[in-house]
Design a protein around this ligand. Structure first.
Ligand code: SF4
Ligand code: SF4
Length: 353
């Protein structure tokens, strides 16, 4: 069959030869130092990984530079992790130090392994998407500039995964990260009914709303939004460009904590809201940076070794978490949405300290 250009190419054709010949037959791995991993196969063959941070949104020049470095030290073998770390794959450990030297000369941070903060996965933000309530790369850059040492060293109790999504449709991993930075809208979309008939299909727009807040007038081809039912998700705007939701003075950021994907020691957890609103304050987002740094430092000072942030909070209790971090508990933390009963704590087992 002739090759097509539909869909991604088969990744197996691009695997490092050591990975290809030992696929699924690995014995163990170890972290030699921050940013350097060694995976050993049952056959005795080993592959080394040097992990570097990336800003996720990369220019063509930057991708070419990364590929040139991979060509020079790793026969061109590199990959990006799901959190956008760059991983250079080598089978010759003698090249590791010179590869790291070159990466550091070009200002790539080396780290993100083990008990560190890995690269922050984030979404498109003001650069690209149409529904963001905040920027993506901007707050991430500001936060990681402040937490840089937690990327390059492994001094935390356990892995800390930070994610940012610029709206709650959430192209990032904010539902399951130790710390999640989530853009929120706080006002309803504003339909421009002079444009709606030409730009939007009324049935599709009405059907796009998960809470039934959009009401359509089929005769006049217009829509209205029921403010009491709207949860500011922006879904209707994706379907109908004549009802924009962005609001410069009310949009902002919320902070969620305690999520994880890992099955180790405890089941995967969803992140929970701890700070309902922080203002958008570009270019350095000081309120967001301070909030994330505070949570990381309180966790680092209080958790036991190997305890993920959510596991630590479950052990000491959410009341204790709010006390230790100094984050105020407000009515905004109480879930009052339809079917909220499922999220309520229904036993009398409070942990007061
Ligand atoms: Fe767009 Fe929302 Fe995804 Fe951000 S999280 S890129 S605003 S859909
Ligand atoms: Fe419905 Fe979301 Fe649009 Fe509000 S923002 S009207 S909840 S689709």
């Amino acid at each position: 069959m002739p090759p097509t250009d539909i869909g991604p190419p088969d990744y197996k054709t691009m695997l490092h030869p050591v990975i290809k010949s030992n696929y699924g037959k690995w014995r163990y791995h170890e972290i030699l130092k921050p940013g350097v991993l060694k995976h050993v196969a049952e056959s005795g063959e080993a592959i080394y990984t040097v992990r570097a941070g990336s800003p996720r949104l990369l220019s063509t020049d930057r991708i070419r530079e990364i590929c040139d470095i991979a060509d020079k030290y790793c026969d061109g073998y590199l990959r990006f992790t799901s959190r956008n770390n760059i991983e250079f794959l080598l089978d010759d450990p003698r090249k590791i130090d010179s590869l790291i030297d070159e990466l550091e000369t070009k200002n790539y941070p080396i780290g993100g392994t083990g008990h560190s903060i890995s690269n922050v996965v984030h979404t498109q933000g003001w650069v690209h998407c149409h529904t963001p309530a905040t920027d993506a790369s901007g707050p991430v850059k500001a936060v990681m500039d402040e937490l840089y040492d937690y990327f390059t060293e492994m001094k935390l109790p356990a892995h800390v995964r930070i994610a940012l999504a610029c709206c709650l449709n959430m192209c990032g991993a904010v539902h399951c990260s130790d710390i999640a930075i989530l853009g929120i809208h706080r006002t309803v979309p504003k339909p421009d009914n002079s444009l709606v008939p030409n730009l939007c299909e009324i049935p599709t727009t009405v059907a796009s709303c998960p809470t039934g807040a959009v009401r359509g007038d089929m005769k006049n081809k217009t829509v209205i939004v029921d403010e009491d039912k709207c949860m500011y998700c922006g879904n209707c705007y994706t379907v109908c460009p004549a009802m924009p939701i962005a609001d410069p003075s009310n949009d902002g950021i919320s902070i969620w904590v305690g999520g994880k994907v890992s099955n180790a020691r405890s089941a995967p957890m969803f992140s929970k809201l701890v700070i309902p609103y922080l203002p958008n304050n570009p270019p350095r987002w000081p309120e967001v940076v301070q909030a994330v740094k505070n949570i990381v430092e309180v966790y680092a000072a209080n958790a036991r070794k190997h305890e993920r942030l959510g596991e630590w909070i479950e052990r000491v209790g959410w009341e204790r978490f709010f006390t230790l971090t100094g984050i105020p508990f407000t009515d905004k933390h109480i879930d009052d949405f339809d079917m909220a009963i499922e999220t309520f704590r229904t036993s009398a087992q409070f942990k007061w300290r």
